[in-house]
Design a protein around this ligand. Sequence first.
Ligand SMILES: C[S@@+](CC[C@H](N)C(=O)[O-])C[C@H]1O[C@@H](n2cnc3c(N)ncnc32)[C@H](O)[C@@H]1O
Length: 272
Amino acid sequence: MTEARASPTVFDARAAAQLERMYTSPQVVAQRAGFRELLAAQPGESGLDVGCGLAHLALELARDVAPGGRLIAIDSSEHMVNEARARVAAAGLTDSVSVRQGDATALELPDASVDFVAAAQVYSYVPDVAGAVAEAARVLRPGGRLAVLETDWDLCTYESADPLLTRRVIEARARHFAHPHLPRQLHRLLQAAGLTLSRCEAVPLIETRYDPDSFGAGMLPVARSAALKAGIDAAEVERWVDDIRSRTAEGEYFFATFRFVLVARRAERGHR
Ligand SMILES: C[S@@+](CC[C@H](N)C(=O)[O-])C[C@H]1O[C@@H](n2cnc3c(N)ncnc32)[C@H](O)[C@@H]1O
């Protein structure tokens, strides 16, 4: 298991603005569609979205479980909870979605109370990830499923004039996560929580054209700030960012990152 790292991300208004930009990019919209397909939420089901952030996924899941379904969305950040609540209200979904402040490692829900748990890009921030997965397993009804989406930060890159500097910048970004390589460890964690893996799929985000509204471009300010905090020389960092942003000619730009979706089930009653 990776150890918990320093510099945890603070999910405040600034982080929310960055998240909004990246999570509305075509790449992440497509990724959510793929994640929902694997989770396969059904009308009438009840679900929990752990670490709901700005509720992009929660709002889509609420529509998947309609009619008759219910969604609980929790997040540990007060700022995110307020934003998510406002978005749920604006979407007219307050009857079917309840947004609460709470922690992934101490879910305020009864045992066996939901059909599914979704945790997208959340567990990598949680130092006690084994505790969080165990909590998700606890609240799943027998036969229910947990779907987790996570990034392996070793599998993230940009084409740049200085590949070694790219590695250092990406590693600086990765250091803000408690578990930057969580996909590799998830199968073991799911098993330890008594769940059985049913799907494990890669979700690549690949960009071959510079587009300021893409995920890769949206990550540049986040990567820059992580690199500066890690003590990489400011001039080097600016050179790196400028190089990538200047790659607007056909064939010059390349960004890729790999995320993974793992779906695991709790055994039906009477089965192991
Ligand atoms: C990158 S965002 C992902 C948001 C959302 N899952 C999505 O895919 O749109 C991570 C979110 O996890 C939340 N978070 C981090 N640690 C948490 C914890 N221990 N319990 C609950 N939420 C947590 C953060 O506040 C943040 O809103």
